[in-house]
Design a protein around this ligand. Structure first.
Ligand SMILES: Nc1ncnc2c1ncn2[C@@H]1O[C@H](COP(=O)(O)OP(=O)(O)OP(=O)(O)O)[C@@H](O)[C@H]1O
Length: 721
């Protein structure tokens, strides 16, 4: 082969996966040397797991070597101005790495647009590649195609912009022989026109058409030459036999040094096969032959501007369509989810929380009435007068006060709304047994001497004793209702007796509250915290799942090789998610303040701003999870695992004052504990943003946003790809 300038040079490349000194630490590339001349097809062969994909991802700049050097088109991948990753390379990864919700046309246009191609040119290339690769109908969704069809679309996406260097990781898997042949012919044509092609394949035979092949095994290049030369040197009829011979030789002589020729020479003893020596700066690779040409390539517009349209289309689609269901169908359910979930959650909260219990059933054991001449019916007697005042000696005769007590219950609405059934029982044992079997919520017992005892104690007795039931909230509720009833009842009986009404009342008076209302409901107390947790966790969940999905499907990776910077993707994602959060904030505000008349004495704009910022903070938390979690399940566990402690500690279920000092400090550092209080202060006290209790909430939200974003940047910066 006539000497040609090199398109790719790999020198003593070493790469390990896993952490040093740990059991998962293993070498994948070991002192690997490789030279790919320009305008040739280079077939990279090797068994599964030998390191082909790793080598290719280092060549396209998505992974870095532990030691050694790589030059691609005269520059180092990833270096500014090298064009790699970027438009100079066309990369077809082993995974399909296309957005399943894109049509065939969208998928190819997406990459064309990233490369900054004009629509006319894109159209022309699309039709050309459709015919060449027998692409399915342009309107079909990627996710509905067969594996082989998806592979062809993926190949078309790598070819669309006519790159200088094509890197194809198993492009012909699953394709029929005729099509495979046609693809090889096309690649040969490209090579004749000056394109360099590196291709991996499991079909060793088809690499006969390559100009040069590299046989890779256990991270070492065993041989690198033209197919004919390899057959001749190893005296074999097929490449498979040659490969077998080489593999055996490597097995017998483990300390052989990978070579640039088909005749391996012996590696020095000092260079162990599994310990890569550092050589990062020790090479002055012969790039002179490539340099002259590189100047031409550097003139190619490497100043590619982010094609916002392509990236926005991609992001809109993923936000709109994901998550998919098991069958892969989605029909915009991602957006429906984002829009409907806040509504469902707010409606669920306001409909379910804070209302008085209803339909409670109570047993009444009225021994006082039972022993009267009329029995239990005495309370229904309209002529019954429980208190008769005797003017002469200014005393009162009291009789059947239990009937009045029950009447007061009715008046208070307790009987009507909350306690729909007061069931008479003859004995307290029967009543207790009904309560303990769960038929009733409680039992009221009036002693036989209820009226006289009450009179003796100046209407200050244990009026309803033996209130039994199981549920703490309901017990408290019934208790408070009975206290209210008792208060009304004593007032009535004191009045009937000509006494001062308040005489039997508790000597403590609750004035109107300084802020809020006397009837402040549990719902109003909880609402700020609930709204904040909804707006925080929704974007956290959506962002983490979308990001992890894109990453696992390889679309980001492929877009990155095409030159889209993760930062650019992030910016577009942030902008679109922010729009969704804005919509969710508006929905929640309209429902809570409009629909459910949640009171707010302060500025609604401040409430909305705090909610919006919390949503943004939740989105950043989602980023953090997507970066640190390697799978959906892990991010799901972290989201739900952090959700409950945050909810429990943030003071919406139980006041912080009830927690120990240490726990309270922890609670205060959480992202929505202080902001929940701020929102409540705006609502209840009408506090303005200039007051510490309010702006502290804003500061905590902003601080959390900055911290999570910084952690994301740090991880992205130092993550070894
Ligand atoms: N991210 C990773 N972390 C740890 N090990 C990895 C990682 N990626 C690949 N490996 C391991 O490195 C080795 C080489 O993997 P690589 O994907 O490069 O092989 P390959 O030759 O492309 O295989 P195939 O032909 O099956 O695609 C394999 O043993 C693989 O399990």
């Amino acid at each position: 082969m006539a000497a040609r300038p090199a398109a790719v040079v790999v020198e003593r490349a070493c790469k390990h996966y896993g952490r040093p000194n740990k059991s998962d630490h293993k070498p994948v590339l070991v002192h690997l040397n490789m030279t790919v001349e320009r305008g040739i097809i280079y077939g990279l062969l090797g068994p599964s797991g030998c390191g082909k994909t790793t080598l290719l991802s280092c060549i396209v700049g998505r992974r870095s070597l532990d030691s050694g050097n790589i030059w691609v088109l005269g520059g180092r991948p990833g270096e500014k101005g090298s064009g790699v990753p970027g438009p100079r390379v066309g990369y077809m990864p082993q995974d399909i790495a296309l957005v399943g919700e894109f049509t065939v046309r969208d998928a190819i246009y997406y990459f064309g647009r990233i490369y900054g191609m004009k629509t006319d040119k894109l159209k022309e290339r699309f039709h050309f590649l459709s015919t060449l690769l027998e692409l399915p109908n342009e309107g079909r969704l990627i996710k509905s195609l067969s594996g082989g069809q998806q592979r062809r679309v993926s190949l078309a996406a790598a070819l669309v912009h006519e790159p200088e260097l094509l890197i194809l990781d198993e492009p012909t898997v699953g394709l029929d022989p005729v099509l495979r042949e046609r693809i090889w012919e096309f690649l040969s044509e490209l090579a004749r026109a000056g394109t360099t092609v590196i291709i991996t394949t499991h079909y060793i035979d088809e690499t006969k058409q390559a100009h040069k092949i590299g046989l890779l095994r256990d991270g070492q290049l065993l041989a690198e030459d033209s197919p004919e030369e390899i057959l001749r040197k190893f005296d074999c009829d097929t490449l498979e036999d040659a490969f077998l011979k080489l593999a055996l030789r490597q097995h017998q002589m483990p300390r052989r040094r990978p070579t640039l020729t088909a005749s391996p020479d012996v590696i020095p003893e000092s260079m162990s096969n599994d310990v890569c020596y550092q050589s990062r700066d020790s090479f002055n690779i012969v790039t002179s032959s490539t340099d002259s040409d590189d100047n031409n390539f550097s003139n190619i517009s490497l100043r590619r501007k982010l094609d916002l349209k392509a990236t926005i289309t991609f992001q809109v689609l993923t936000i709109k369509e994901r998550p998919k269901d098991c069958s892969g169908r989605s029909k915009g359910r991602g957006l429906v989810f984002s829009v409907l979930f806040p509504i469902i959650q707010i409606v669920a909260f306001f409909s379910a929380v804070g209302h008085d219990p209803r339909d409670l059933r109570l047993a009444v054991v009225n021994e006082e009435a039972a022993f009267s001449p009329l029995g239990l019916d005495i309370c229904k007697n309209s002529s019954l007068k429980p208190i008769v005042r005797i003017e002469e000696d200014d005393t009162c005769e009291q009789y059947m006060l239990s009937c009045w007590f029950l009447e007061e219950m009715e008046k208070k609405g307790l009987y009507q709304a909350s306690i729909t059934n007061i069931l008479p029982y003859n004995t307290s044992e029967e009543a207790k047994s009904a309560v303990s079997t769960g038929k009733l919520y409680g039992a009221l017992r009036f002693h036989r001497n209820f009226s006289s005892a009450l009179a003796e104690r100046l209407h200050d007795g244990d009026v309803p004793d033996d209130v039994l039931e199981e549920n703490h909230q309901i017990r408290n509720f019934i208790k408070s209702q009975l206290y209210k009833t008792y208060s009304a009842f004593t007032k009535r009986s004191m009045k009937a007796c000509g006494r001062v009404e308040d005489l039997a009342q508790m000597p403590v008076r609750f004035e109107d509250p300084i802020y809020g209302s006397m009837e402040a409901q549990m719902m109003w107390f909880m609402a700020p915290g609930v709204m904040i947790t909804i707006i925080f966790f929704l974007p956290a969940m959506v962002t983490s799942t979308l990001m992890i999905g894109d990453r696992l499907e390889g679309v980001w990776e492929r877009s990155a090789v095409a030159g889209v910077k993760p930062r650019e993707m992030l910016h577009v994602h942030i902008a679109l998610q922010a729009a969704v959060i804005l919509l969710q904030t508006a929905e929640m505000m309209a429902l809570a303040y409009g629909g459910y008349a949640l009171p707010s004495r302060g500025s609604l704009a401040a409430c909305a701003l705090l909610l919006f910022l919390q949503g943004v903070c939740g989105m950043c938390y989602g980023f953090l999870l997507s970066i640190y979690c390697s799978s959906y399940s892990m991010s799901f566990f972290v989201v739900t695992g952090s959700f409950y402690p945050m909810i429990l500690l943030c003071g919406i279920l139980w006041p912080l004052e009830g927690m120990s000092f240490g726990l309270r400090i922890i609670a205060l550092t959480l992202p929505f504990t202080i902001p929940s209080n701020s929102l409540r202060d705006i609502m209840e006290k009408g506090a303005s943003i200039s007051e510490p209790s309010v702006y502290h909430g804003f500061l905590v939200t902003i601080a959390w946003t900055i911290v999570t974003l910084s952690l994301c940047s740090l991880r992205l910066k130092f993550k070894k790809t």
